[in-house]
Design a protein around this ligand. Sequence first.
Ligand code: F6R
Length: 260
Amino acid sequence: MEVIIKTSSEEAGKEAARIVRRQILKKPASVIGFATGSTPLKLYSELVALFQSGSLDFSQVIAFSLDEYVGLSPNHSQSYAWFLQEHLFGKLNIVPEKIHAPDGMAGDIAQHCEDYEKQISQAGGIDLQILGLGSDGHIGFNEPGSSLASRTRLKSLTGQTIADNARFFNSPAEIPRHVITMGVGTIMDARHCVILANGIKKAKAVAAMVEGPVTASLPASILQMHRFCTLIIDEKAACQLQRTEYYLWVYKNKPEWQKA
Ligand code: F6R
């Protein structure tokens, strides 16, 4: 896993945007998986700026959302479909038909999840998956204990994730308890994973993910076994890492051709 430590979350977002840009320039019809949450917001505003300045064209990009709350329709202001529309898709020239997302209102959730997996493979698989990191080490909404081989399915959120997400809802009763999420196995199939984490609240999960054992108790740790994973963090999120100097050295001495 490549670990990139930036001085701020803004710089981390810019670095991630350079990676997305390089991917789309290399393959305009890239299949990209998008996460929601606070962490990728800077990345998304950078992508919007690149589009608005004419430096990046999203017209061929195929998008897949990582997850969705069960029981929220795409028109609900806290649904992830709404979030991505507000912060990203609605501000780009991405073609609506090329945007895919789990449907939180699906009647037959198991069938819907199977169909979502099929849509991903029919699109040729995910080229680049954007991820955030839960403070309990989840990726997507694969909570601790999730099968490391799991595919898109229904998951129950942990108390900690419900508490972390409470800030977006008016009352605790409104917070959905279930989600549809790409599985850990689905994420591991992506050709490149870029995972972002910022702030002191993520420091413990970052250290466990990068330098701890690979375990289903911290699903993000499986990314140690991913063929091409880039972790981009700010200094606060990096503060519990043991090999910081090495990560900084590697980044500084990166060969020109490897740079984003
Ligand atoms: C969101 C998602 C989650 C978040 C994680 C971090 O689509 O799948 O894994 O990335 O909960 O959330 P934030 O960025 O709000 O701290």
